[in-house]
Design a binder for this molecule. Structure first.
Ligand code: GDP
Ligand code: MG
Length: 177
């Protein structure tokens, strides 16, 4: 429950990164507005969406940034990462290549962001389980080695989306708050 007359205690910037078409924009739509669309157009222009929530009786505004179709390697500008205290590193669990690219996304993120940034590795589209191309153990091992949180989600079915964002925001709060 959030009282909108209450002052905002914290604003946390969180960035979404990962290859094109892994579901970043739909994860954001699901979390911020509880919406999903099958024919989501490539993100153009929109920089971020916000969601205000309550953590430990404090009012936290999550400001979640979505890449505006800049998903090619090194195309995301440093302004995108600036000030980020959290990151969602998203791959499509039906596309092995999108997982193989996580290492370089992480390297780029670590090159730009604060060293205390909280990072969640996300295997999205878990509703397509029969098409799985990335074993959970591979992702778990990568996450453990790199010290990331890890979850499999479905923006389509709403699985773990809220939990993933809340885990990151709560951890940021624990560090900063
Ligand atoms: P982005 O390029 O990473 O922002 O990816 P989008 O959010 O635009 O999603 C790309 C495509 O994947 C769209 O057709 C979405 O409808 C679809 N999609 C996104 N999330 C899911 C999911 O959880 N399950 C399934 N089955 N499709 C998804
Ligand atoms: Mg997008």
């Amino acid at each position: 429950y959030v009282d909108f007359n209450q002052k905002i205690d914290y604003v946390f910037k969180v960035v979404l990164i990962g290859d094109s078409a892994v579901g970043k924009s739909q994860l954001l739509a699901r979390f911020a507005r509880n919406e999903f669309s099958i024919d989501s157009k490539a993100t153009i222009g929109v920089e971020f969406q916000t969601k205000t929530l309550s953590i430990d009786n404090k009012t936290v505004k999550a400001q979640i940034w979505d890449t505006a179709g800049q998903e090619r390697y090194r195309a995301v500008t440093s302004a995108y990462y600036r000030g980020a205290v959290g990151a969602m590193l998203v791959y499509d669990m039906t596309k092995r290549q999108s997982f193989d690219h996580m290492a370089r996304w992480l390297e780029e993120l670590r090159g730009h962001a604060d060293k205390n940034i909280v990072i969640m590795l996300i295997g999205n589209k878990c509703d397509l389980g029969s098409l799985r191309a990335v074993p959970q153990e591979d992702a778990q091992e990568f996450a453990q080695r790199e010290n990331l949180f890890f979850m499999e989600t479905s923006a389509l079915e709403s699985t773990n989306v809220e939990t993933a964002f809340l885990t990151v925001l709560t951890e940021i709060y624990r560090i900063i708050g």
